[in-house]
Write a protein that binds this ligand. Sequence first.
Ligand SMILES: *[C@@H]1O[C@H](CO)[C@@H](O)[C@H](O)[C@H]1NC(C)=O
Length: 399
Amino acid sequence: MSVHRPTQSAPGLALLGAGIFAKEAHLPAIAALGDAATLRAVYSRSHRSAVDLADAAKASLSLASPPDIYSDEQSDNNLDTLLHRTDITAVLVVLPINVQPEIVIKALAAGKHVLSEKPVAPDVKSGIALIKEYEEKYKSKGLIWRVAENYEVEPGYLRAAKAIRDGKIGDVRFFRLSAVGYVDKDSKWYKTPWRTVPDYQGGFLLDGGVHSAALLRILVPEPFRSLSSYASLSREHLLPQDTITALISCSPANATPTDPQPIDKLAHGIFELSFASPAPSRAGVGNTTIVTGTKGWLQLSNAKVTADDGTETSVVRVTIHKVTHPQEKEGDELKEEEEIVDEPVKGVEAEVASFVRAIQGEDDGFGAPFGTLRDVAIIQAALNSEGKVVDLEKLLRDG
Ligand SMILES: *[C@@H]1O[C@H](CO)[C@@H](O)[C@H](O)[C@H]1NC(C)=O
């Protein structure tokens, strides 16, 4: 899988965006590519943060000299100049949610492959338009656009999804995802200006919530078709909303008796997402994802494992319970087998590596924009449902 390529032929990359995630997640992921790609340039809207990013890149990638610096404050070295460079094949876009769609199109129009951070777009309508434009104008030219949803390639989550598809827990019947966080005004994420006063729906619920929606999407084999929810705001500084309690169903919103698949055989579940913990003690209490099937259940959790030499690794822990009835009859006589697997967390690394392989012709299909549009649809529907059933298929069709 890891073919050694000489540096000259390795694709040239540019990192667009100098925020926390660009520095703390993307730079290490680029470093992990080794000589499979070369970071040639960085861009940020402000010159100062572009310089900071270039310095961080130099250190993190052990470069002899920093990558070239571009910003909106230098008319000779702005984003357009960067995109004109023929030695840059692909860009990683890690910019504020509302800015990204325009930059994605600009980069595609300049003939670059694009990996852009989730969410695919601030809302379903603009996501549909963006995907349409990509498919009509750029896909046929061989340009790849992927959305960076690291949960899609997180090894532990993939392992859980495969166990479910391999039938280890039987048919999926119900599921539950709870994720409750604490965000105070000193949080480094909150202090990002575009997050402090979000100009997109849902604030943290969109920004962070799409990950949780993506996790359920990859675990549950049937697509989600309807949702009803309540949304609220408990902590003023997190406006517009900070909490969602939703029911998600794989049954169509307007199921009829003539539907080919009886709706009582389709999975449904609870989706609880909040950033409104009143104190850190509440955050993470009960954070879990459990998928239950006809022949067992599976749970995901985050854990840390300590090696003999004392180094700590964050892992996704997958616990699978397989239930069998030895005498082929239902009843008390059952056997339960437990299997626990830990996979180190490395989704961002995996998604960047997979993108680089894709632009070299080995496309594994991860990061498809329409998949991540489904995640935006879940959050958008949950924010607007007010207890009514939202037809997710219609939302994905019409915006
Ligand atoms: C629980 O979930 C929330 C929301 O995704 C997240 O912010 C928080 O870090 C999680 N807590 C733990 C302990 O994993």
